[in-house]
Design a protein around this ligand. Structure first.
Ligand code: AMP
Ligand code: MG
Length: 426
């Protein structure tokens, strides 16, 4: 692959060279090129755990102590030493009680047992817990009829986290489980990368912002709202610069304003390759921008590059194409720019498709799909019907993409297809 070339060299490549063909760019190759030209955020800040969800760690989290920090009981029951049953004993005297968070009352003695609650520290000398449901109580004695194995129902110190181990790495995005994990170490603040600043605007003379009335040929700008939603879900600092008419002066002003204080600029519309539109000329003048026709449907045109220090993504104008290209290219790039070292790809599942799909080989199609449970309780997928890239209602109905890769042709009903879930971004 030609990713060793600079963005500038690629931007000035007019003819097809090596395996770089801007007019027929496979999806996977576009992803690789984008990855090669990303400069992630470097600045960091300290935040309280409450503000850390979705942020990307800029420090390693170490276990400062064992979690749990003492052997403890996994059950409400009785703690004893298995050696005391080895002599054939089945009755043990209760000589104490251990409650979670409290010191042992009474004491543990050889040949005896203590009442113990879930989470309470195992008294020194005891090594096994029997659940209360499995014993009979006779006054001060416990009768064990079927004793568990040595070590049963004991949770060991360090079984979750061992003192000194690396718990989370730099570049890890903090999930709800991670918040709990960090809290379990008693850590209340973490160092994360600062939020990514993203500016976005729509382009098109036909666009009207909500609040006005439509004249003939005009449409309401919906892309700014789908983008707002997807960017918000990624946890970015966003700036909405409005709907800008196809006017070179206004477009240039807006692009320069966006480049001044953003890490990323996103636009929709006006980047179709070969069109004599102002966006393309402006982008060539103001930065180093690549114009691709991706071998995919929907979402063929995509522009990518830099304007000043800001990364630039020029998404197509069609409402579904905007969402598809965002999900397939921009989402992962954003995660990397946010500081994630290696964002996981969205899992693909093989699911039986109940719809027949007509598909040309040689391009990747992202059909809008609906995963549903059939009468037998099996998950299956069907398409939403009309796959036109202007039909946004189908994105709203869908809960997944049916991903038909380059080599896939027509799909018969009842065969397996690859499905990519909407991952909380859409
Ligand atoms: P373009 O890429 O600018 O040629 O636009 C392709 C199609 O998407 C046209 O039908 C546009 O009217 C439509 N479109 C472009 N921008 C938006 C937008 N912000 N909201 C809704 N539709 C749009
Ligand atoms: Mg347009």
């Amino acid at each position: 692959m030609t990713t060793k070339k600079t963005l500038n060299e690629l931007a000035n490549t007019t003819s097809v060279c090596d395996d770089y063909d801007p007019n027929s760019m496979p999806v996977a190759q576009a992803r690789e090129y984008i990855k090669a030209f990303l400069s992630p955020v470097q600045e960091t800040e300290r935040v309280h755990l409450h503000a850390a969800l979705g942020r990307v760690l800029a420090e390693e989290i170490h276990a400062t102590h064992n979690v749990p920090n003492h052997d403890n009981s996994a059950m409400d029951g009785y703690a004893f030493n298995a050696d005391d049953l080895a002599q054939g004993t089945t009755r043990l005297k209760i000589t104490g009680a251990a409650f979670a968070g409290n010191a042992l009352t009474g004491k543990f003695e050889t040949g005896a047992c203590v009442r113990i609650m879930t989470g309470a520290a195992i008294p020194a000398g005891a090594d096994t817990v029997i659940a209360q449901e499995r014993v009979e109580i006779h006054g001060e004695f416990v009768q064990l009829n079927d004793a568990p194995k040595r070590g049963a129902n004991v949770r060991y110190a360090g079984e979750d986290l061992k003192a000194g181990q690396v718990v989370l790495n730099v570049g890890h995005q903090i999930s709800p489980a991670d918040l709990g994990l960090i809290a379990s170490l008693g850590i209340g603040e973490v160092t994360v990368y600062r939020k990514l600043r993203v500016s976005f605007f729509s382009t098109g003379d036909e666009l009207v912002s909500i609040g006005s009335t439509l004249k003939t040929g005009q449409i309401f700008d919906s892309n700014r709202y789908t983008l707002f939603g997807m960017l918000t879900r990624l946890g970015l600092e966003i700036q909405d610069l409005g709907a800008i008419p196809d006017d070179p002066v206004l477009l240039e002003k807006t692009l320069l304003k966006a480049a001044e204080n953003s890490d990323v600029i996103l636009t929709s519309g006006g980047v179709s390759v070969g069109e004599a539109d102002y966006m393309k000329q402006l982008l060539q003048k103001l930065g180093q921008v690549l114009f691709w026709k991706i071998a995919m449907k929907p979402g063929r045109p995509l522009a990518f590059g830099k304007i000043g220090n800001a990364h630039y993504f020029g998404l197509p104008g069609n409402p579904v194409a905007v969402m598809v290209t965002f999900y397939q290219f921009v989402r992962q790039a954003m995660l990397m720019l946010m500081g994630q070292s290696n964002p996981a790809s969205i899992p693909m599942l093989n699911v039986v498709c109940t719809s027949e799909i007509r598909k040309l080989k040689g391009r990747t199609e992202f059909q809008r799909g609906m995963l549903f449970v059939d009468e037998d309780g099996h998950w299956q997928v069907k398409t939403t019907g009309n796959q036109s890239s202007g039909v946004l209602s189908s994105m709203s109905q869908a809960n997944c993409f049916i991903v038909l890769e380059d080599e896939v042709g027509n799909v018969e009903a009842g065969t397996l297809v690859k499905v990519q879930l909407f991952d909380g971004v859409m």
